[in-house]
Ligand binder design. Sequence first.
Ligand code: FES
Length: 107
Amino acid sequence: MPKVTYVQSDGTSRTVEATVGRSLMQVAIDHGVDGIVAECGGNAMCATCHVYVDPARLDDLGPLCSDEEEMLDCTASPRAATSRLSCQLPVTEDLDGLVLRLPEEQL
Ligand code: FES
């Protein structure tokens, strides 16, 4: 099972085992990781599952869809070149070792 690390804005981090096929948002919720609100339940309609992806791993993720692209303009913390919505990122074996930084605010 791939391991994914979620790093809080204060620098504390948590590495969890991610189930293939779940989204990176669902994995965070499954493990009680703080900092992912996921108000819309994963429908790309709230931007409260915003994460910053390790730039070296951006190519391991699928491309942005138009809904994700639009919602990333509505994040509570500033959008960056590495911003993604974790609900739109399915876990694959290729993501082992992925590091996600969580924004300071989600709402
Ligand atoms: S959970 Fe709402 S956009 Fe991801």
